[in-house]
Design a protein around this ligand. Structure first.
Ligand code: ADP
Length: 354
């Protein structure tokens, strides 16, 4: 059995897969450091999880109770948000890889530390268990330099200020699921709480809407999407750097425009504000996709994934209608299976002796 670990800033999601990559168990600890809630298979309860290490220990007890003890695992695979410029392939976690993930902490200050805590806690609890990492940035390593370079002075660029792109595990899984049938110029949209789009040419990412961080691009649940840097500076003047970061990342987007970050609730609300929030989401998705279609010099198919992309047919149709000028192309809906993709990447590394 193979364990997939997705550690976020205040939650850890786990999924266990068998050798045929069928999911056999899933669980999560949420509100780490707060109220604490543990879910594992059919079991759900309040829990005391002051930090990620405690959360993992509680989760492993619950997993053992449901037939998946640590001793039955053959490997663990982590979703790591930021691999920077160097970590651009799934890999076995070695001390050098841990150092690489550490060096990316300034790029993903909320996420990479949570990933490292989970990796270290697992190494303590099960020292012989091989651990692997898949990176959310890696799929975009194939973007040309012109697509990822900010036109900033060299000294700033050398600090790692460039576009990286995210949701890469989702896009890699999407391409994999289409197999040999992957359309040559594919526009993929991962529309969930975080939302992005990616231009995929011959199965490889050539451009995407997220940038230095996941803030850029589409209007999202609580992120504002693309915004002028000088407007950001004004927010910093008014609210300080921390306040501005909070506003941009957690208090903006659909939440700010429509009163909730939940797209389904916006669809059902029927208020003018909710309708405007949905229209803002649609309009900017279409505008950004236009830029991606230009990067691919045309369009053969559109693929939607993520909670909104998979379930909100009205939004899918509205975005596809806004792109009708690019041709009468097929529209695909693909289930986001990031955990299975991470498991598959780790299994393939393990089978090749890595
Ligand atoms: P995350 O990015 O947190 O993984 P998801 O991919 O689960 O999020 O997507 C969550 C979003 O999907 C929410 O805005 C939710 O309202 C939306 N969603 C889920 N089901 C539907 C539906 N049937 N209609 C419209 N929106 C939906």
């Amino acid at each position: 059995m193979l364990l997939v670990v997705n550690a976020g800033s205040s939650s850890i999601k786990l999924a266990v897969f068998d050798d045929r990559l069928q999911q056999v168990l899933a669980g999560s600890v949420t509100e780490i450091g707060g109220a604490g809630r543990l879910r594992c298979g059919y079991f759900a309860a309040a829990c005391a999880a002051p930090d990620h290490r405690a959360a993992l220990a509680l989760m492993f007890d619950a997993m053992a109770g449901q037939g998946a003890p640590l001793s039955a695992l053959t490997a663990a695979a982590h979703r790591v948000v930021h691999g920077g410029e160097a970590l651009v392939q799934p890999c076995r976690i070695t001390p050098a890889v841990v150092a690489g993930i550490e060096s990316c902490v300034p790029l993903a200050p909320l996420h990479n530390p949570a990933n490292l805590t989970a990796i270290n806690a697992l190494a303590d609890l099960a020292p012989d268990l091989p651990q692997y990492a898949s990176f959310d940035t890696a799929f975009h390593a194939s973007n040309p330099a012109v697509a990822v370079t900010y036109a900033l002075p060299l000294a700033e660029r050398e600090r790692g200020l460039r576009r990286y792109g995210f949701h890469g595990i989702s896009y890699a899984g999407l391409v994999d699921s289409l197999g040999a049938d992957v359309p040559r110029r594919l526009l993929a949209l991962h529309l969930g709480n975080g939302a992005s789009a990616c231009a995929i040419l011959d199965g490889r990412s050539v451009a995407s809407t997220m940038g230095y961080s996941p803030l850029d691009g589409l209007t999202m649940g609580t992120r504002c999407g693309a915004i002028d840097g000088n407007a950001v500076l004004r927010l910093v003047e008014l609210h300080g750097a921390e306040g501005a970061a909070r506003i941009l990342n957690r208090e903006s987007g659909l939440l700010a425009l429509g009163g909730t970050n939940d797209m389904r609730a916006l669809q059902e609300a029927g208020t003018p504000e909710a309708a405007f929030a949905r229209d803002h989401f649609r309009y900017w998705a279409v505008r950004h996709c236009g830029s991606l279609i230009a990067a691919m010099e045309g369009l053969d198919a559109i693929a939607f994934t993520g909670g909104i992309g998979e379930n909100d047919a009205e939004m899918r149709e509205a975005i596809a209608a806004g792109l009708a000028w690019a041709g009468n192309v097929s529209v695909l809906v693909v289930q986001a299976e990031e955990e299975r993709t991470i498991a598959a990447e780790a299994q393939s590394l393990q089978r090749s002796g890595l």
